[in-house]
Design a binder for this molecule. Sequence first.
Ligand SMILES: [Zn+2]
Length: 305
Amino acid sequence: MKRVAYLTLYWHPQSPEMGAETRRFVEDLINRYRLKVEEFPSDRNFCDLSPLNADSKRFQDLMEEIERRGDIDNVKLKIWPSYTPAELESAPLLIWRLTNQAIEDDWYDMHEDGYQGGPKASHKRCPACRAELAQVRDLWVDVRKMGKRNLSLTYSFEIILSAPLAQRLQASGLTGFTLRPVWDYRKPYQGEPRLFQLIATHPLPPMASPPTEFERVQRCEVCGTESRYLKHTYRWGRIEYDDYTGHAYYPRDVLALAADFNRTAERFGDLPVAHPYVIISQRAYRWLREQNVKGWTVEPVVLVE
Ligand SMILES: [Zn+2]
């Protein structure tokens, strides 16, 4: 895995002279570190740098210089993992992340107060935190939003498949999921569904923690639902930044009980939309790649003794 840094610098000068001074400093940094820029407009006070190797001495030195410059008063730094094909092809289990949310939430939930868990809502919800406790009917959505996609999340992180992809998945022999019809909200339960919801049904035990690190753990005292993030917030002196390269760890013996599609015991995000991650087998990863569908990425899980 490589750690790749995405860095944008902002400054808010109190006078044109101070702005010019900061700009000169940034130009000097670009020259001395031979930085490439994505955007550095002459009439605005920011500089968006091209991705950098976050583990390099050059990047460490650059960050130390920036940290000392109080006039660069807003530093946006995000560090993302980058995996080689060989790393992905040798991981027994991977976190499956969908990367688009083309489909809105259930029509009733969105437009008729279903987030409160009323009688027609798609889910039974906790009366206090509104976390989803159980899905009680098929989803009714604006199916037109899917366009020609085969794969999308809803805003609430439900996984939606096109009917052709759902049929191929049903025939694949992969395990650990159910498919549920998704209806056009204008005429639910009529005709053949154009979309299906993929529900990973196979539960995994909790992640091994430590070494998995979490942050922002919340718990609803009424329903007991917990939510959290994989730890990603760190500080570089005065600069707070996001590092998404922290791994999810499982004991190695989880392999004996994993299916092809699994859901984590933990919910991630903030209540009420916090949701389990879907963890897929190497077999499911290869199947997904063979389908030539866009809109997803994976990240290896780390197994520990
Ligand atoms: Zn609750």
